[in-house]
Write a new protein. Structure first.
Length: 248
């Protein structure tokens, strides 16, 4: 017993020495992944823009019924769109949120997926669930999905619908054909907002099939529609992402 007590006292003495303490999250200002620091990912109620172009996108979503966000990976297109959708829902400006994404495999075949239809589509819609979970929490998200206030559906299930009083986000629009995008845009109903996000340079469709670039160029001529083009300076992921995109 005496030996154990002495051992505990020795440990307490070591922990009391600041030189032996190596915190996992150093309390230093700023963030740079090359320094080994962990960026603070805690929930923030009000999402703020990290660049002037991101602010233009947020303002465009507030002011326009239809907005297109085009840019490379990591520029926050999907996250900002979903954050704005949640904000509109909680403020009572819309009655529900509809999120859609094409079920396109990224260069490899998943083969047969077990389960019902919802289970089969889950891998394709996972990024939308991730963003919603960060904004709402798992329990509240499940409740809103069960009540039909939030709907997540593949593009193929959007034909023939009229979306009134809702906020619509079409993610990964570069994997939609021109015909699919035309169909989606014409789903817009009264008191609704629609945001399309995508990167025309990262389509998983065969060459020439993606319609996002063509649709964006045509819609730029419509004054009531906002087309925001984000660039490498708007990337909020690891700084190397921007560097890689310049050479890949």
């Amino acid at each position: 017993m005496a030996r154990r007590s002495a051992r505990y006292k020795s440990r307490e003495a070591n922990f009391a020495d600041d030189e032996n303490i190596h915190p996992l999250f150093p309390a230093r200002g700023g963030w740079n992944p090359r320094d080994g620091d962990a960026r603070d990912r805690k929930y923030v109620k009000n999402v703020r823009a990290m660049s002037p172009t991101q602010q233009r996108l947020m303002d465009a979503i507030d002011q326009s019924d239809v907005a297109l966000a085009l840019g490379p990976a990591g520029t926050g297109k999907t996250y900002l769109a979903i954050a704005k959708a949640v904000e509109a829902l909680e403020a009572g400006r819309v009655g529900r949120v509809v999120l859609s994404r094409p079920a396109v495999e990224a260069g490899e075949s998943l083969g047969f997926l077990p389960g019902d239809l919802q289970d089969k589509l889950a891998p394709y819609l996972r990024p939308l669930y991730d963003a919603l979970t960060e904004r709402l929490g798992t329990k509240r998200l499940k409740a809103l999905v069960a009540e039909g206030v939030i709907e997540i559906a593949p593009v193929a299930y959007m034909r023939g619908r009229t979306l009134n009083d809702c906020f619509i986000v079409i993610d990964e629009a570069q994997n939609c054909t021109y015909g699919q995008l035309k169909m989606l845009l014409t789903r817009l109903g009264w008191r609704s907002t629609m945001v399309l996000t995508g990167d025309p340079d990262q389509t998983d469709l065969l060459s020439g099939l993606s319609g996002l670039r063509d649709v964006a160029e045509r819609l730029e001529k419509v004054p009531e529609i906002a087309v925001i083009r984000l660039g490498e300076s708007d990337i909020v992921r690891h700084p190397l992402v921007a560097g890689m995109l310049t050479v890949l």
